[in-house]
Design a protein around this ligand. Sequence first.
Ligand code: ATP
Length: 343
Amino acid sequence: MFGGFSKDLGIDLGTANTLVFIKGKGIVVREPSVVALRTDTKTIEAVGEDAKKMIGRTPGNIRAVRPMKDGVIADFDTTATMIKYFIRQAQKQRSMFPKHPNVMVCVPSGITAVEKRAVEDAAKQAGAREAYTIEEPFAAAIGADLPVWEPTGSMVVDIGGGTTEVAVISLGGIVTSRSIRVAGDEMDEAIIQYVKRLYNLMIGERTSEQLKMEIGSALPLDHPESIEIRGRDLVTGLPKTLAITSDEITEALGDTVNSIVDAVKITLEKCPPELSADIMDRGIVLTGGGALLRNLDKLLSRETGMPVIVADNPLDCVAIGTGRSLDHIHLFKNKGGSSSRKR
Ligand SMILES: Nc1ncnc2c1ncn2[C@@H]1O[C@H](COP(=O)(O)OP(=O)(O)OP(=O)(O)O)[C@@H](O)[C@H]1O
């Protein structure tokens, strides 16, 4: 499927990470969706990895922003600049890559037609010849090798940075879906608030993400773990080191994880019975970085009574599916349900 030279690009424009996929080559760019802006001159200081390092460490005249943070384009110009940067990075990987490729951009399923149009315009402004959009859970399902074009039900739960997207897919269309703005970022924020409340310690976003990834779990671990973290004591104002346990992180993540479980349950309730039976056979498939939270699959399985499987390489599914969907562009236009558009 991926053989030969391609002039097409798939972009997973995630709230946390942007990945670029070239047919025939795979994922060629993987960088944080962050832009560092100079507030005085209104120019771009850095994009991607370099900009992420600046979060929480910028002087007054530089601001590190995540233009897609809430799952929508908050700032059109910054997003266009970011897309342009990522297309350039991909072009650098292949000397003969065309200046104006066809571009498929993956967008959250909850976004409006106006926002979709803004993404397509941003891609065109960044040099795309034709720009299309595909909804995130549909791309995730393709990337996870689910039989999306067949008359059988597949359920995918994509837990990213800003949004969790739950969808039931059959015959090339989304039958029912739910998108909530609760995902990895909200987990990080919950940990920050928990540590602040319990220990009067202020920690940064990067530290809370590290706690989530290293010792986080949706259910208490059989052998609890702990790590030392650093922050600012809110009473003395001085730096302080503290040991945090995995059980504490499980408690901190409780509400966020429950919101995700509820979104899955509500989607299942709305699912036609024939498709529910298919999902029971195949299992619910988890994609996105949040799928890597330990024991989330176990908790979801316990709460829904369904088998739950974490996809292979969950962080890559959306990008792979976005790239692969370019092979089926004609089907997209005909089937409509997965939302793509030629301009
Ligand atoms: N091992 C892990 N455990 C828990 N969370 C993780 C792990 N690895 C990555 N994540 C989280 O996954 C999220 C990023 O996932 P992903 O790259 O799929 O999101 P995205 O596609 O950029 O966002 P969205 O789907 O909202 O647009 C981040 O919040 C990150 O902290």
